[in-house]
Design a protein around this ligand. Structure first.
Ligand SMILES: Nc1nc2c(c(=O)[nH]1)N[C@H]1C(S)=C(S)[C@@H](COP(=O)(O)OP(=O)(O)OC[C@H]3O[C@@H](n4cnc5c(=O)[nH]c(N)nc54)[C@H](O)[C@@H]3O)O[C@H]1N2
Ligand SMILES: Nc1nc2c(c(=O)[nH]1)N[C@H]1C(S)=C(S)[C@@H](COP(=O)(O)OP(=O)(O)OC[C@H]3O[C@@H](n4cnc5c(=O)[nH]c(N)nc54)[C@H](O)[C@@H]3O)O[C@H]1N2
Ligand SMILES: [Mo]
Length: 741
């Protein structure tokens, strides 16, 4: 989130693309409702289904899955045509907008209607309503990301906001509602295969910075890999790990995957379950660290070398987590780990001991900084405080330096001392924002409640856009214009990222020889903290002040472009808006795009398949399906189906029906009549497992551990399809065929 949930109360208009907060963020959703009640905010919901969130909306837009880019270009088309855009903002703070204008010109309301299924009059109504109320906030979640063009969707939405000058203002911004309670923290720590923590990437330079901070030899670290090459090469993703085992598509790795270690994933939540099952069956070893009987172990026919390590839950451990708005929260232990279960960190420590690298694994927690260098300062560590200190010491990129355990605990103890709309503290917490939302540049900095806000001083959380991509591209200046000066800054307009070499010139200061000696090469690796200190003294932030890039020259589509889903019900449009060429070696395996789309699947599989969430279940659903009471609320897997579609297939409310996927998989589920879906699509929740293609797997659970509810996983029939950049599965747009069972 660029802003935060409470700040939505400052919005005059809220437009939601592909999120259903009434169901998935019901506590956060109260801020949306307060915005309506207190600020007379207008709520617009764009979703292929009429959701519970849509039920609270002033305007509901039923869109065809995977066509948000044409819809947003349609909005831009009208915004530009009527001059509703913010010219000053674009001039000073956006790069490459001309290219966007060219594309937007093509998307007149009639054409948008044809592609998206949204009547032209509705597009005009929505655009006028949204553009005329400022500030407006744009909210999205999985409905935008889980597509083969997911990454383009997530660029299109900010472009829309930039055009209206809705970025970097209270009540505005792009507010992406995150998933699990600490998913922001998990992302920031890069529990991902393409980066080191803090988004430092995988370059040798980054590894060296971490090796130094962990107190280990770079050479030792490099020798952990089959060869140096693999150290700087992206790994497999969770979405397509199965390919690393089955090698259905060519892989590019030092060896196939033979062991799967699962710690905190349901596995049945991954698309293409038949492929997942094949891979599970073929593994040498499957280890699952879990509080429950994880259904990966149930799905597989593998009989030996499957282990479940009883793991403690979040209530049995302590430490910092990061909320959806970048605020840190300290969490206390409620009870000690029950029975023989161990906490996640204990399991990892034991693992490191067995494999002989425990000392190296924990040394980072015993390090501190002296004269700009990381040095060992003690011989023991205290969990989790020293882990938090390690994070604060190393992660400069997103500004975690200010997150000391002492500050975070003080925030936890003073929850009642913060205002929910501004996050500002009072009394003992005056001068700080709740949870010190990152970037929190120094131990004195209050945190940044709203990203890219140049209207408040840097010392109070102000900043421009990060100057991440140099100072110019093909002779065009990438830095912010003069009107984008951060309030109270000594440096006018844009400036580059601060380095040891440019800091004196940019800030107009003189460093002492000692300061020069201990200062890091640039702000991202400056352990001395001097760059952040002098930046804030000059009223700016270390990461520069640039234009936001609407045009990204390194991406396959430099500006977002509509491309039909791999499986589209409008095959005529796939010819006009084809998907990408197949991609070689994407996260160590090939990914198919056009070779899937070259077939017209819609003839045999004419129905759109949309998947998503229910309020009483989470993720793979195992936790709640183990609750006798929660399962009473929704005991069975089902498909929402419009009666008109159902009757065509002789299906009655409550009948069982088969759903077939183009990949040859099938599931048997209960038909539930609902007008939330139109007759051209069905909706499946993805929270069930334990039944696979009609076969009940109850006998495979350990004795006494069959959940109160089991069912088919929607992911058995989610289609092949992955995002071109991130490889997130296309679980929000696919096709299927149905039959009465
Ligand atoms: N079709 C379809 N598929 C989807 C999605 C969709 O919209 N449609 N959404 C996707 C998204 S966004 C997500 S995030 C995933 C979510 O899916 P998963 O990542 O599978 O999420 P959960 O089921 O919430 O949690 C996984 C497991 O973690 C275990 N667990 C809980 N607490 C702890 C702990 O403290 N330690 C350990 N070691 N384990 C613990 C739980 O018991 C559970 O079995 O699903 C994805 N899959
Ligand atoms: N109760 C509950 N709450 C949860 C979770 C849970 O499992 N249960 N999971 C958590 C997690 S991990 C996450 S990531 C979040 C996810 O939160 P959300 O993203 O809100 O979750 P979904 O229900 O998967 O998808 C949101 C909406 O996207 C719509 N959609 C599908 N395709 C498209 C499209 O092409 N365009 C548009 N505009 N909309 C589309 C769907 O119809 C759906 O209503 O929720 C979190 N909160
Ligand atoms: Mo998620």
């Amino acid at each position: 989130m660029t802003n935060h949930l409470g700040d939505i109360q400052n919005s005059k208009a809220i437009i939601i693309f592909g999120a259903n907060p009434a169901v998935n963020h019901p506590v956060g959703f109260k801020h949306f409702l307060k915005a309506k009640e207190r600020n007379n905010a207008l709520l617009i919901v764009v979703d292929p289904r009429f959701t519970r969130t849509a039920a609270k909306a002033d305007i509901y837009v039923r869109i065809r899955p995977g066509t948000d880019i044409p819809f947003m270009y349609g909005m831009l088309h009208l915004i530009l045509k009527h001059g509703w855009h913010d010219e000053e903002f674009i001039k000073n703070r956006v790069f490459g907008f001309d290219e966007v204008i060219k594309e937007a010109k093509k998307w007149d309301p009639k054409k948008v209607e044809d592609v998206t299924g949204v009547p032209a009059s509705k597009l005009i109504q929505v655009t006028r309503a949204y553009a005329s109320r400022k500030p407006g906030t744009l909210v999205w979640a999985m409905g935008l990301t889980q597509h083969s063009i997911g990454s383009s969707n997530t660029r299109m939405a900010p472009i829309l906001q930039l055009s209206l000058g809705n970025m970097g203002v209270f009540g505005g911004g792009c507010n992406i509602l995150r998933g699990h309670d600490n998913v922001q923290g998990a992302t920031d720590m890069c529990c991902l295969s393409h980066s080191l923590p803090g988004y430092y990437g995988l370059s040798e330079g980054s590894w060296k910075y971490f090796a130094h901070n962990w107190g280990v030899d770079f050479d030792w670290l490099q020798k952990r890999f089959a060869s140096p090459k693999w150290m700087t090469t992206k790994g497999f993703t969770l979405a397509k790990w199965w390919d690393g085992v089955t090698q259905e598509e060519p892989i590019y790795s030092s060896s196939p995957i033979r062991v799967l270690w699962v710690q905190g994933n349901g596995i049945t939540s991954i698309a293409q379950q038949e492929k997942v099952k094949k891979a599970l069956d073929k593994l040498d070893l499957l280890v699952i660290a879990e509080p429950f009987a994880n259904e990966a172990a149930i799905l597989t026919d593998k009989e030996n070398d499957v282990y479940i390590l009883p793991t403690a839950s979040q209530f049995e451990c302590e430490g910092s987590v990061t909320a959806t708005n970048r605020s840190a929260q300290w969490r206390s232990k409620v009870v000690d780990p029950l029975y023989e279960s161990k906490t996640d960190e204990e399991i990892m420590f034991e693992f490191a001991k067995k494999f002989g690298f425990y000392d190296e694994f924990v040394r980072g927690m015993m390090m501190g900084v002296k004269d700009g260098k990381a040095v060992k300062v003690k011989n023991t560590f205290k969990w989790p405080e020293d882990a938090t200190r390690e994070i604060a010491r190393i992660i400069k990129t997103i500004g975690l330096t200010g997150w000391t355990p002492e500050r975070l605990k003080k925030h936890q103890e003073n929850w009642h001392m913060f205002d929910e709309v501004t996050l500002k503290g009072i009394g003992p917490m005056a001068g700080e924002y709740y949870g010190l939302p990152w970037p929190c540049w120094t131990e004195e900095h209050p945190g940044s409640p709203v990203l890219y806000n140049i209207n408040i001083p840097a010392k109070e959380g102000g900043m421009g856009f990060r100057a991440r991509f140099g100072t110019e591209y093909k002779g065009v200046n990438l830095l912010a214009g003069p009107a984008a000066t951060i309030k109270g800054a000594k440096v006018e307009g844009g400036y580059p990222e601060l380095t040891k070499d440019n800091i004196e010139k940019v800030l107009g200061i003189k460093l002492s020889p000692k300061e020069k000696e201990i200062m890091g090469k640039n702000w991202k690796v400056d352990l001395s903290g001097l760059i952040a200190k002098y930046a804030l003294e000059a009223g700016v932030v270390p990461y520069g002040n640039a234009k936001a890039r609407a045009y990204v020259w390194t991406f396959p589509d430099p500006i977002p472009k509509h491309r039909e889903p791999l499986h589209t019900p409008r095959y005529d449009l796939a010819k006009i808006y084809p998907t990408y060429p197949d991609k070689k070696n994407q996260y160590r395996c090939d990914t198919k795009f056009i070779s899937i789309q070259k077939t017209d699947w819609s003839k045999e599989f004419p129905i759109n398949l949309v998947t998503g969430r229910l309020v009483m279940y989470s993720g793979a659903g195992l936790i709640e399906r183990n609750s006798k009471y929660i399962t009473q609320l929704e005991p069975e897997m089902f498909a929402h189906i419009n009666p008109e579609l159902a009757y065509k297939h002789g299906i009655n409310d409550g009948d069982m029906m088969w759903i077939y996927s183009p990949d040859g998989a099938k599931i048997k589920v209960k038909a539930k009549f609902s007008y939330s879906v139109s007759p051209d699509r069905i909706f499946l929740p993805f929270h069930f497992a334990g039944i696979f293609e009609g076969k009940d797997l109850s006998d495979k659970y350990p004795e006494g551990l069959v959940p109160y509810a089991i069912g088919e996983s929607a992911n058995t029939v989610t289609n092949y399809g992955y995002d071109i950049i991130t490889q997130i599965p296309e679980t929000k747009a696919g096709l299927c065929r149905i039959e009465k069972a």
